[in-house]
Design a protein around this ligand. Structure first.
Ligand code: HEM
Length: 406
């Protein structure tokens, strides 16, 4: 059934002038550039509006209002992160800390913040680099690749193996499951169940036989004076895998496609290695992939611009609308490595801001540092241009790159 067919009537507290028909999973017609469409939406829709699509929900296009929602975990709960709201786990069953609210959220988040700033993550960087070099060297003589499957999805999954010290016997099945989940035509619900089972046996093994890895480290921690439960630990392990897959891989895809089409930007990065991390921030500002994954559920009445949001109302406040703010970033669809960057929304904002940002930025830096010197000239193959795919994260269906071979 199409999402619109399930739409409720306009609730009495929503004024008619704040209703705007918009389906977040159809940001533009097939074949269009979804970022251009999202920027256009920011200008043609009210700063905050209610749409009947996907079960009926609010949406903020104004960056201040977006920030207000993401920064307020008292009125806006993380029980609902995706739309429609039925697509979320039952209250209390979602991954910690992502689906949690105060007071529990901070305690679990702290564990991940500490875990992901551990020396183990720094030690992992040479391994990620070695894998990136292997992948690039392997594809270089071929002069062509599908960047999404051959590179973008390889690096984050291997990063997870390293992060958790996942024994090799789990690797093949894990790669297979992640590949399946990424496939637009797969039975995702079944694959997520299989992934959960597969990881659960690994986590239970770590609880029984702890080592010097991140999962064993987490298994020894306490929350509110009690040991972390196996159920919570399994959820956190899954979250560490899933939160760092699509996000990193799709960001790789957009950055690689942009650089393929813009040789002068490639050269800028090669000529300013000391400013590469600024270039990454600007590219991530221009291509924020988490377009529909930061919904919230209103749990206490809130005034938001012209809208009165009532408990029970879902609302989507998306980083894209912060990154495309003309007041902060004039001509926001332009990639400008010289522009001043305020705190962009790419990794979210407020109490749930991404805890894996450092690791993600390390993966992106490694890509630029290792790809550009080896394959300085590359372009998008004309015979198969990439197409945007809507979803919780925006992605490309494929990215065929080609380059001259010696
Ligand atoms: C380019 C890559 C990435 C992007 C764009 C990204 C984006 C985001 C965003 C927008 C949020 C906020 C969600 C919300 O407000 O509801 C978030 C949260 C989170 N991210 Fe990332 N992320 C990336 C990579 C990673 C990686 C590599 C990891 C871990 C290995 C990770 C782990 C998490 C976790 C655990 C949270 C939840 C934090 C909380 O609820 O307190 N992310 N991410």
């Amino acid at each position: 059934m199409p999402a619109y067919a399930m739409a409720p009537a306009r609730p009495p507290h929503v004024p008619a002038e704040l209703v705007f028909d918009y389906d977040v999973f159809e940001p533009g017609p097939p074949g269009s550039d979804f970022y251009v469409e999202l920027y256009a939406l920011k200008h043609r829709a009210p700063p905050v509006f209610w749409t009947p699509y996907n079960g009926g929900h609010w949406y903020t296009t104004d960056s201040d209002l977006t920030e207000q929602v993401l920064g307020d975990n008292i009125r806006f709960s993380n029980q609902v992160l995706q739309l429609p709201r039925e697509n979320n786990p039952p209250p209390g069953k979602g991954y910690a800390p992502m689906f949690l609210d105060p007071p529990d959220h901070a305690a679990y988040r702290h564990l991940l913040l500490v875990a992901l700033s551990r020396k183990a993550v720094t030690d992992l960087i040479p391994k990620i680099r070695a894998l990136a070099v292997d992948l690039i060297e392997d594809m270089k003589p071929r002069g062509r690749c599908d960047f999404i499957t051959e590179f973008a999805y390889q690096l984050p999954v291997i990063t997870f193996f390293g992060l958790t010290n996942l024994p090799e016997r789990y690797h093949d099945r894990m790669k297979e499951l992640v590949r399946g989940i990424v496939d637009a035509h797969s039975d995702k619900a079944q694959l997520f169940r299989d992934l959960s089972d597969h990881l659960a046996s690994f986590v239970d093994d770590r609880i029984a036989n702890p080592g010097d890895d991140l999962i064993s480290h987490l298994s020894r921690q306490e929350v509110n004076g009690a040991p972390i439960t196996p159920e919570k630990l399994r959820g956190m392990t899954e979250l560490l895998l899933l939160a760092g897959q699509d996000t990193v891989a799709n960001t790789f895809g957009f950055i690689a496609a942009f650089l393929a089409a813009n040789p002068e930007h490639r050269r800028w990065i090669s000529n300013h290695p000391e400013r590469a991390s600024h270039a990454i921030d600007e590219l991530m500002r221009r291509f924020p992939v988490v377009a529909n994954g930061t919904a919230r559920l209103c749990v206490a009445e809130a005034e938001l611009g012209d809208a009165r949001i009532l408990p029970g109302d879902p609302i989507l406040a998306t980083p894209t609308m912060m990154n495309f703010d003309d007041r902060l970033y004039p001509d926001p669809l332009k990639v400008d490595f010289e522009r001043h960057l305020a705190n962009t929304g790419s990794f979210g904002r407020g109490p749930h801001r991404c805890v894996g940002a450092g690791l993600a930025r390390a993966e992106l830096s490694i890509f630029l540092e290792e790809w550009l010197p080896r394959i300085p000239e590359f372009r998008i193959a004309e015979d198969s241009p990439p197409r945007f795919v809507p979803g919780v994260t925006i992605s490309y269906d494929r990215l065929m790159l080609e380059w001259p071979t010696a």
